[in-house]
Design a protein around this ligand. Sequence first.
Ligand code: HEM
Ligand code: HEM
Length: 184
Amino acid sequence: MNIQEKEAVRLTQAWIPKKERIGVVAAIVIAVLLIIWELKGLLQLSSETLHSRQFEHTFKDFGSNARIALFFVLAYYALLLIMKQRVWDGLGHVKKGLAGLLRFARRWHTPMAIIAIAFIVLHTIAVFMYGFKFDFNNISGLLALLVLLPVPLSGLLRYRRLDRKWHLRSGLAFAVLFFIHAFL
Ligand code: HEM
Ligand code: HEM
């Protein structure tokens, strides 16, 4: 195919491939319901509860859940890197197993990212309800959130390979800031 033909194929493609659409739509529905449900609960809390130790657990739990979902999201990249190593060249069965894992991670990449974003939204709202302070945890969290903004947008472009590697770059920059925020 020449460049024009490739471009024509690309323009007729859907944004999200049909195979993946069910997972993505299901994840969006779950994410929206989760946010509405949890927000309803948060809005009913008294100001006393919002500033208590107990509420710290609430916003930390949202963060922890986001962290679990992000492991799935980033597993795709980690597996891509592992797959590329030449060590596996003579080991067909290992490569086959890795390819299976890679397919699994690829399948869940976008739906899990959507769920992670829902938990991040809740985590951020709850932190602000508790009280924003200018300390390492809050600033590193905000920085990670800022770098996260272009990630889903470039992810959408990535389906049509229109992202010019910005999904990879912003995704990895986010991963670094997220690790600093969530593990230090
Ligand atoms: C960008 C996405 C974010 C992710 C994935 C994330 C994730 C996490 C995780 C995993 C924890 C540790 C929870 C635990 O100890 O069990 C945490 C803690 C925390 N996060 Fe975030 N967070 C994000 C954004 C933010 C933002 C925007 C803020 C503030 C505006 C923030 C403020 C905090 C604070 C204050 C803590 C408590 C730290 C402590 O006292 O140990 N985070 N976050
Ligand atoms: C927390 C958010 C996310 C992070 C950290 C992240 C990170 C990454 C990384 C590092 C890659 C591999 C590099 C590459 O091939 O460009 C990738 C691939 C990809 N991501 Fe994401 N991503 C996130 C969310 C999303 C979202 C929301 C979408 C869709 C709207 C998406 C769509 C894709 C696509 C289509 C690929 C290429 C898969 C393939 O090779 O076939 N990502 N992502």
